[in-house]
Design a protein around this ligand. Structure first.
Ligand SMILES: [Zn+2]
Length: 467
């Protein structure tokens, strides 16, 4: 299994550690708003990859943090006149609920920043004692990036370039280097108004205050995974400064490197060619997506793009994936009509191997999907002549392969009432009552299903709304 590592710029072999799990951490959401389809892309992607690896007998411990303490949360809470805790809880619940709806269930452990304040303080203290952190009076503790020569390695930036992407909490004109980032912000640095409006403050030996963003993650990962682990993942825009800062912090604390053996970054998602932006109305939440499309459709869309490539989400793109999913379902259902013991054999093995071969090459999912379509094209030419055993083995193969990437239930359940109408229609046809058969067909169609007549019999299939 080869995976591209952003840090080295090379593909690396993912080995199965003996008797141990592969430790993996993915940067989770900052819970200050309704999750959008860009978030969905990242987390569905990692869900696909982890599920696939597990199906190939890799044992994985998958950890994800939830940033429930951050400037964005504080600002949004202030706008809404509520305390940050309340706002974070609301969006955390919403996030977990939408993940559930999307079928993202591969995460073993979610960890919230506010549950790790003591661990964060311990990390800051270690950095102070090693001379990596310095204090700005009335402001906070900062990491001195000049003490970490490898700063910028992941994102391929120099220390001089390290100044963009600095958030409000990191701003101070008293910093030693412009790219230095805040580890701990003193509460007395905040104005009275801010404290009054519920800005969270934690008592600590390093001074009452609250943590910076990057230190949340390393405190959480060190707690669960230790100072080094196998895979660190996240969205591409976190590479700098967030992941760079994580490396600097944790490697400075432990003196061990690398923090992670493999760094994985998922590509962006654009909406109709533009960066998603709520203020400009170019925005789609996960809930809005799922009102119109099934989780399986979205998962297929994600799967049809390489995880490192960008996705340009458009209404026609999701429609195209819906059509593809219906084609796959129709194909699988069709094979169920093959009951004869006699007929031609079909060897599905080479296709299974080609699928895994593509997946094992840095999760080349578009290629893996192309293998499935190639198999379907080949089979379509001969399907009526197949024997039952071959037809079933192709059917199982398709179902299994999709199950391995989290499309667990490829075939939607059809309500009994619709199934009954379908059977009645079959009987009407057999007894040549074509008018009645036609009426039943129309009724079935009005319920969101359709009938496809094939040389081997009729198929009852879902329409897009019943995927
Ligand atoms: Zn993170």
């Amino acid at each position: 299994m080869q995976i591209y590592d952003t840090l080295s710029g090379k593909k690396k072999e993912l080995k199965k550690p003996l008797f141990k799990s592969i430790k993996m951490f993915v940067c989770g959401p900052t819970v200050y708003d309704t999750p959008h389809i860009g978030n969905a892309r990242t987390f569905v992607t990692f869900d696909i990859l982890v599920r696939y690896l597990r199906s190939r007998k890799f044992k994985i411990f998958y950890l994800q943090n939830i940033t429930d303490l951050d400037d964005k949360i504080i600002n949004r809470a202030r706008e809404n006149g509520i305390i940050p805790e309340q706002l974070a809880k609301k969006y955390e619940d919403e996030f977990l609920q939408t993940m559930d709806q999307l079928g993202v269930c591969s995460v073993n452990q979610y960890a919230k920043a506010t549950d790790f304040i003591p661990q964060i303080v311990v990390q800051v203290r270690k950095l102070i004692s090693k001379g990596k952190a310095y204090k700005i009076d009335g402001d906070g503790w900062y990491f001195d990036i000049s003490t970490f020569p490898n700063y910028g390695k992941l994102s391929r930036r120099t220390v001089e370039q390290a100044e963009d992407g600095v958030s409000r909490i990191d701003e101070s004109d008293k910093k030693r280097n412009r790219g230095d980032f805040c580890l701990w912000k003193f509460s007395r640095a905040l104005s009275d108004a801010e404290v009054k409006e519920g800005e969270p403050v934690f008592a600590a030996s390093i001074g009452a205050g609250r943590p910076g963003w990057h230190i949340e993650d390393t405190a959480i990962t060190e707690s669960f995974l230790g100072p080094r682990y196998y895979i660190h993942g996240g969205a591409q825009d976190l590479k700098f400064p967030h992941h760079e800062a994580e490396i600097a912090q944790q490697e400075s604390i432990s003196g061990k490197h690398p923090l992670a053996k493999i760094w994985m970054h998922v590509g962006f998602l654009k909406l109709s060619g533009k960066k998603m932006s709520k203020s400009e109305g170019n925005f789609l939440t996960i809930t809005q997506l799922l009102e119109k499309h099934s989780p399986n459709t979205f998962r297929l869309l994600v799967f049809s793009h390489h995880y490192r490539s960008p996705i340009d989400y458009t209404p026609s793109l999701i429609k195209e994936n819906e059509k593809n999913l219906l084609t796959i379902i129709g194909f699988v259902k069709k094979l169920e009509l093959i009951t004869s013991k006699k007929g031609v054999d079909f060897n599905v093995r080479p296709y299974i191997e080609a699928f895994h071969h593509s997946m094992q090459d840095d999760f080349n999912t578009p290629k893996a999907l192309a293998v499935v379509f190639e198999l379907m094209n080949k089979v379509n030419k001969v399907w009526t002549q197949l024997n039952h055993v071959s037809a079933m083995s192709i059917r199982h193969t398709i179902i299994d392969l999709f199950c391995s990437i989290g499309i667990v239930q490829l075939l939607p359940e059809i309500p009994e009432s619709v199934q009954k109408l379908f059977e009645e229609r079959e009987l009407s046809r057999d007894s040549k009552q074509f008018d009645q058969a036609d009426t039943l067909r129309k009724k079935i169609e009005s319920l969101g299903y359709l009938i496809e007549d094939t040389p081997k019999g009729s198929l009852l299939l879902p329409k897009q709304e019943n995927l």
